[in-house]
Design a protein around this ligand. Structure first.
Ligand code: AMP
Length: 215
């Protein structure tokens, strides 16, 4: 099963992607995670990506497409994959179509985790993430607090607020989403691949809805 996950920043698609990975045993390919790992390692690609990420802007298409193409060439994708946070522009969606033709595969579903903007803003400003990238568990200062403040329940590492989760950056990310990424909803709808799921409510309920639309 080859899936594209669509949804605004803070829509919970990363959380759902992890759950889907467990259920269907397909790798989650998150371009955001790939960039954050590259920033941490201080690679030239990471340094370039950070300039855009800190401002809430999109990393240029040619950089992102190169990263995804390299990832999709790895041999662990027999059962499929889940793209989380890619594509984010029409150019990226077209590039993905081209890559799929080259590897003789097809995208089966584009799932939209649908959440209103004001809800996204509330969620993102309170978001805290585990600093241990192998864990990466996410919390919220209002909706999902850790047992001990500032400490991850799962692994005991420190929690932090992502550089791009400040209010000004979040506003910019929401604008970027509306302008550049939302057109993909129509793009996948026209291809008959769009599966729209209401992204407000308990995580488990949203997950069940996704599993249902996947058939
Ligand atoms: P995410 O974790 O998916 O919210 O991504 C964090 C940041 O990484 C975004 O705000 C962008 O700056 C960058 N990024 C991640 N995926 C992409 C993409 N497909 N296209 C452009 N920039 C991206």
């Amino acid at each position: 099963m080859r899936i594209v996950l669509l949804g605004g920043p803070g829509s919970g698609k990363g959380t759902q992607a992890k759950k889907l990975t467990d259920k269907y045993r397909i790798p989650q390919i998150s371009t955001g995670d790939i960039f954050r790992a590259a920033v941490k390692e201080g690679t030239p690609m990471g340094l370039k990506a950070k300039e855009y990420m800190d401002k809430g802007e999109l990393v240029p298409d040619e950089v992102v497409v190169g990263v995804v193409k390299e990832r999709l060439a790895k041999p662990d994708l027999d059962k499929g994959f889940m793209l989380d946070g890619f594509p984010r522009t029409l150019g990226q969606a077209q590039a993905l179509d081209k890559i799929m033709v080259e590897i003789s595969k097809m995208i089966d579903h584009a799932i939209l985790v649908d959440v209103p903007d004001e809800e996204l803003m509330k969620r993102l400003t309170g978001r805290r993430t585990c600093r241990n990238s192998a864990c990466g568990k996410m919390y919220h200062v209002m909706f999902n607090r850790p047992k001990k403040e500032g400490i991850c329940d799962a692994c005991g590492s420190e929690l932090y607020q992502r550089d791009d989760d400040s209010e000004a950056t979040i506003r910019e990310r929401l604008n970027v989403y509306a302008e550049q990424t939302a057109p993909l909803i129509d793009y996948y709808d026209k291809k008959g691949l769009l599966r729209r799921v209401e992204g407000v409510g308990p995580i488990e309920g949203i997950f069940s809805s996704i599993v249902r639309v996947l058939g």
